[in-house]
Write a new protein. Structure first.
Length: 130
C-alpha cells in the first residue's frame, strides 16, 4: 500500500459521519462542476455519465438512511430530505438525457448547500443556552 492510499484509509477511518458526508458531497459537486466546462459531445457524455452516476450513488445512500426506521432526524426533516432526493434523481436523469447546464448547476447548488450545512458545527445539548 503506498503512502497516499495509507493516508486516505486513515483519513476515512478518522472522519466523523458529517465530515465524511461533506467530503463525498464535495467530490460529487466537483465532478459535476467539471461538466460545465466540457462542450457537448462524446467527452461530455462520458464525463456526465461518471459524474452523475457517482452523485446518484451518494444520494441513494442518503435516501436509504433517511428511509430507515433508525434515522434520528425529525419526521419533517426526513420528509423534506426525501423529497429533495426525489428531485435530485429526476434532475440527474434530465442531465443524462439532455445535458442541461441549468440542471447541472441545480445539482451543484444542492450539494454545496448540504456541504455547508454539514460543515457547520452542531451545538451539543450542554452548549445550548437557556
Amino acid at each position: 500500500m503506498n503512502a497516499h492510499n495509507t493516508y486516505s484509509k486513515i483519513q476515512k477511518d478518522t472522519l466523523s459521519g458529517r465530515d465524511l458526508e461533506a467530503r463525498v458531497l464535495s467530490k460529487a459537486s466537483s465532478q459535476l462542476k467539471q461538466l460545465l466546462s466540457i462542450p457537448a459531445g462524446s467527452e461530455f457524455n462520458r464525463t456526465a455519465d461518471v459524474a452523475v452516476r457517482f452523485n446518484l450513488r451518494v444520494w441513494d445512500v442518503f435516501q436509504a438512511d433517511w428511509e430507515s426506521p433508525e434515522c434520528s432526524l425529525s419526521p419533517n426533516t426526513r420528509s423534506d430530505l426525501l423529497r429533495l432526493s426525489i428531485y435530485v434523481h429526476k434532475t440527474s436523469l434530465d442531465v443524462l438525457a439532455y445535458g442541461a447546464p441549468e440542471k447541472i448547476k441545480s445539482l451543484i447548488n444542492i450539494n454545496d448547500c448540504l456541504v455547508t450545512g454539514l460543515s457547520t458545527p452542531v451545538a451539543r445539548p450542554a452548549e445550548v443556552s437557556a
